[in-house]
Design a protein around this ligand. Structure first.
Ligand SMILES: [Zn+2]
Length: 379
């Protein structure tokens, strides 16, 4: 019996911010799109890999034939080491840059702190043996479908997947950006018609959200200290975000203040610069060599104690497209079905969603689906 159904189920990151991990069944083949960890106010948590077993969607985790990692943020890759330990069958696909960043991210992921060192070596050897690095625009033909990898924008190495299966085109975006970011040019859309769009809708139910407005406010706040001769220690909890922050700080302050970067961040910077991604500017230094000029900015993923007058601040930010960009993106693709994931409801329940805006267009034929974790949808 030829089963050509397309089934989709979020195992994490459905209508919430968190452990992005999605099961896509193409006939009898099972793919995992991303494999991240979540992080709420109290704890880090894993995607729910056991619900599809209970539901009979999978008989065993060994039936997952392939795992595609869109990019190296922990909410997309943090659980990869664990799932590779559980299953010895899945092949993993990600870009070379994502692979480099993932190796470092898993090292810094504190989900399993207690068993740390042994675990790290295992994660990295699993990554080495199981992962096939792919390039942008490369197409891999598998038995019943093919997958093409497209630039997603967002952060270096981030990819979208174009999956061609049973006469239909599926685009999975992971996190993407339509416009250029500090690091990347925007995403590259395929020329073909997309039937099914599976896309991150972080701000798809927050019509009032404007990109980076919180970050600019943050920088203005930091300027207040710097202008008064007080240095600023920026603590970032994800290494890759530290690098993004350096890029943004360089852009905002134009070398006005020296920026000192800790050793682990510098290691990543060197790896990325070797891949042709420029990051450092003339006023950026290695923190380990000591601070020579105050006031300055330090950037680190752990707390340091410095001399001089310091203001210390935890910094987190979002590089996701805002509401209007999400509307434009979906309209441009104009899919028959738009599956919106990673999309927490707005606290203010009166807020509108991208669906309500796009449906006002008389020509719109898109069906919107907002699946919850554990929900199985047939596409
Ligand atoms: Zn991301």
């Amino acid at each position: 019996m030829a089963n050509k159904d397309i089934l989709f189920s979020p195992l994490g990151g459905g209508q919430e911010v968190g452990a992005n991990c999605y099961l896509l069944k193409l006939g009898n083949d099972n793919l995992l799109l991303d494999c991240g960890i979540g992080n709420n106010r109290y704890m880090k948590y894993a995607p729910d890999l056991y619900t599809p077993l209970k539901q009979g969607l999978l008989q065993s985790l060994q039936q997952i034939s392939k795992i595609f990692i869109s990019h190296a943020h922990l909410d997309h890759v943090g659980f990869l080491g664990e799932i590779l330990k559980e299953n010895n069958t899945s092949a993993v696909y990600m870009t070379e840059v994502t692979k480099i960043l993932t190796g470092i991210q898993l090292k810094n992921c504190s989900l399993f702190k207690q068993k740390r060192n042994k675990q790290l070596n295992l994660y990295n050897s699993l990554l080495e043996t199981r992962c096939t690095p792919v390039s942008f625009y490369q197409e891999i033909p598998f038995k019943d479908y093919s997958v093409t990898f497209l630039p997603a924008g967002h952060i270096p190495g981030a990819m979208m997947l174009l999956i061609r299966y049973a006469g239909r085109n599926i685009l999975y975006t992971g996190d993407y950006s339509v416009n250029s970011t500090a690091f990347t040019t925007g995403c590259q859309l395929p020329n073909e018609k997309i039937d099914i769009l599976i896309t991150c809708g972080l701000h798809a139910r927050r019509s009032t959200h404007v990109k980076n407005s919180n970050l600019n406010r943050r920088f203005m706040h930091l300027s207040y200290y710097l202008d008064n001769g007080i240095s600023v220690a920026c603590n970032v909890h994800q290494l890759s975000k530290g690098i993004e922050l350096l890029k943004l700080l360089n852009k905002y302050y134009h070398n006005e203040f020296p920026i000192y970067v800790d050793e682990s961040a510098m290691q990543v910077i060197k790896l990325l610069e070797n891949k042709g991604i420029p990051i450092m500017e003339k006023n950026n230094y290695l923190l380990k060599n000591g601070i020579e000029k105050y006031p300055c900015i330090t950037l680190s993923n752990k707390q340091h104690y410095f001399g001089g007058r310091f203001h210390s601040e935890d910094i987190d930010f979002s590089l996701h497209d805002d509401f209007n960009e999400t509307v434009d993106f979906i309209k441009k693709i104009n899919p028959a079905q738009a599956v919106i994931i990673h999309s927490p409801p707005e606290k203010n329940y009166d807020d509108i969603s991208v669906e309500q805006v796009i449906m006002r267009d008389a020509d719109c034929r898109t069906q919107f689906i907002f699946p919850e974790n554990g929900e199985i949808i047939v596409l």
